[in-house]
Design a protein around this ligand. Structure first.
Ligand code: SF4
Length: 138
């Protein structure tokens, strides 16, 4: 699956949930997206939910910002001077982020970064339209 495929599929799933939550306040919406509630109420939102597994092993994991507004991707990638293709990066160079580097490709590694999963951060970029929040991602 390409980055774009995931991006548009995930945005549609987010919208389908938001269409059901119009009666909730912004704070209630954010609370609804807490991992423990999502596993129970929205089992199809994330493939890990079926195993009751978190993408990050942390307390207070919130799934509203899966993915992250700071992520940048290009399906075709950019050619680097080192002869590799850069497919994705972090626009804020989060110190919790990293890179997957292979012989010919570089991908952003967000596996250790909790930035978009904190509710304090979600409140700063909150929009009910997921695609608006992600407008700079691609
Ligand atoms: S490293 Fe963190 S802040 Fe950067 S794109 Fe990944 S999740 Fe977002």
């Amino acid at each position: 699956m390409s980055y774009s495929d995931w991006f548009y599929e995930h945005g549609k799933k987010h919208k389908a949930i938001m269409d059901k939550l119009t009666h909730l306040s912004d704070q209630e919406v954010i609370a609804y997206f807490r991992f423990e509630n999502m596993v129970e109420k929205e089992p199809d939102f994330c493939p890990l939910y079926k195993e009751n597994k978190k993408c990050h092993d942390t307390e207070g994991l919130n799934c509203y910002l899966c993915g992250c507004p700071n992520f940048r991707f290009k399906d075709k990638g950019f050619h680097t001077r080192e002869g590799k293709t850069l497919y994705s990066a972090c626009s804020i160079s989060s110190k919790e982020g990293g890179q997957f580097i292979t012989e010919d490709a570089i991908h952003q590694d967000c596996s250790k970064c909790l930035v978009p999963h904190h509710e304090s951060y979600i409140r700063t970029v909150f929009d009910r339209d997921w695609f608006e929040m992600m407008e700079n991602v691609c």
